[in-house]
Design a protein around this ligand. Sequence first.
Ligand code: IPM
Ligand code: MN
Length: 326
Amino acid sequence: MSHRIGVIPGDGIGHEVIPVALNVIRAAGVELDCVEYDLGGARYLRDGVVLDDETVEEWRGLDALLLGAVGTPDVPPGVIERGLLLKMRFDLDLYVNQRPFLAPDGSHDFIVIRENTEGTYAGEGGFLRKNTPFEVATQGSVNTRHGVERCVRYAFELARSRDRKHLTLVHKTNVLTFAGDLWERTFNEVAAEYPDVTTAYNHVDAACIYFVEDPKRYDVIVTDNLFGDILTDLGGAVSGGIGFASSGNLNPDRTSPSMFEPVHGSAPDIAGQNKANPVAAILSAAMMLEFLGEDAAATAIRNACSDTATLTGSTTEIGDLVVARL
Ligand code: IPM
Ligand code: MN
């Protein structure tokens, strides 16, 4: 059975890593029916289009979306990030952002579950008296019981499915006493339904130390949108580099297509030079295949990428190496 996939190479190295990832999928024996969408900073600069509602409606008929990276230095911050990436996450209700981290030497293997539709990313706030000496900027954090609970529940289910069955909540309950309280109460209530899952709590600042000094303590982590954003860059840095970090923006209820993308950005500094590591995009494609029920192909791709020390060379050379191993 062929899967209908929306492909958004995006900007910069997105155009280099996505073709490689698609090649790897085909080499793993999975048929895709791809529809390409030209979106991102370059498209915006050309004709002012970021992402319209009609396109989002069209996507609802797809099985999944694969995105390379978006963003160009010559577009003001937020235009593409909010108008394209966050609009996808919000409109398609991709409420879980799943980011796995595996140490190159196998010494740690953990997954961060980042809430993906609320928190500071919800965009609550505004200016007062902008551009005057008395200007005020506020930036709120939106945390709903429904939004927190569905994310926490997903994390408990995931932890239950793994060998160690250990889930850590990361927040900053000692300072964010409103949002932190809601997260902690929700976490503890849901925990009562999962007696087989052991739990822990870390403040986010302490978690930064543990990520560097003792990452093997983690199995599954659940956290809010902004902490998850920051922690997953650190997760990449301590797991062989951001070039290996994959992610899935999931709608676990499958009421809309999920979107898969590497954690890294469009890297304009190295774009067009065949230098970008395509493994993050390849592993994101593997996550997509797993979500689509293509477990054997997903496992084969992961295995072909597991010996990271030998995955060196240009973007296309690494792609060819992975294909050869398949
Ligand atoms: C990520 C990225 C995005 C985020 C940006 C590009 C909006 O950093 O996926 O981690 O902050 O979520
Ligand atoms: Mn990020």
